[in-house]
Design a protein around this ligand. Structure first.
Ligand code: NAP
Length: 245
């Protein structure tokens, strides 16, 4: 408890799923947390209420991360409202699955724009605030499927592989400013995103996971907490939270 007291955090895509669990985990440790979301006002408000129920302080911030101006303005506004920005978790992500032969340009562009470009927009906007205070913790949420590929996910796999490569260079460039940049790569996790996968395919996937089950969002959040609370000398690394997959 209170390992993040005095710290501020922005978690993108925190109205639901993994982002929500990360926001709550950071709040439980005393951080003030901005909950970014795209459209679901009610769910984002609920997360802020859950943070307040933990005696924490939360802020809902709507912005489409695929829009460079909105994303950058959101980061700046959070840093200014909190007075400083210590932790950025680039979690927001979408899927638009299709076999490559049928994938439209729009499906490709939308997924790269949110998952990879959005990560760049938020990170670059956070750098001036973090470097000025010689402290920052950035965690990018990638995916098992950015490491191994997955049928129907050429756009998603490319975006998440890009996030991993982006993280390595960001870590090299930002270490001198006291900013660490790491990846948490979840395996299949029980959220709305994964619920969209047909049951028969879910069963096939589950059968290949050594742990025999999907991850709970809270298990991904614990890895993020480790990196931001205890990872002072850890940068440019990946933690794979995938049940052995
Ligand atoms: P989810 O349940 O679908 O939630 C997605 C979150 O992202 C929501 O808060 C949504 O906001 C927000 N979002 C979507 N597009 C956005 C945009 N353009 N701008 C701002 N926010 C946006 O997803 P999840 O399963 O928790 O996934 C979270 C992250 O983990 C993603 O990066 C995903 O790729 C990664 N991941 C997930 C799994 C899995 O199996 N679930 C596995 C590996 C990696 P609204 O509520 O407003 O729509």
């Amino acid at each position: 408890m209170d390992r993040l007291k005095g710290k501020t955090a922005l978690v993108t895509g925190a109205s639901r799923g993994i982002g929500r669990a990360i926001a709550l985990e950071l709040a439980r440790e005393g951080a003030r947390v901005a909950v970014n979301y795209a459209s679901n006002d009610a769910k984002a408000k609920e997360v802020v209420q859950e943070i307040e129920a933990l005696k924490g302080s939360g802020l809902a911030v709507k912005a489409d991360l695929g829009n460079a101006q909105e994303a950058r303005a959101m980061v700046k506004s959070v840093a200014e409202q909190f007075g400083h920005l210590d932790i950025l978790v680039n979690n927001a992500g979408i899927t638009k699955d299709s076999m490559l032969a049928k994938m439209t340009d729009q499906q490709w562009v939308d997924v790269i724009q949110t998952n990879l470009n959005g990560c760049f927009f938020c990170t670059s906007a956070a750098i001036p605030f973090m470097s000025a205070q010689s402290y920052g913790r950035i965690v990018n949420i990638a995916s098992l499927n950015g490491q191994v590929g997955a049928m129907g996910q050429a756009n998603y796999s490319a975006s998440k592989g890009g996030v991993i490569a982006f993280t390595r260079t960001a870590a090299l460039e930002l270490a001198r400013f006291g900013i660490t940049v790491n990846v948490v790569a979840p395996g299949y996790t029980d959220t709305d995103m994964f619920a969209a996968v047909p049951q028969a395919i879910q069963a096939q996937i589950r059968a290949k996971i050594p742990a025999g089950r999907f991850a709970h969002p809270e298990e991904i959040a614990k890895a993020v907490l480790f990196l931001v609370a205890d990872g002072d000398y850890l940068t440019g690394q990946q933690i794979n939270v995938n049940g052995g997959a």
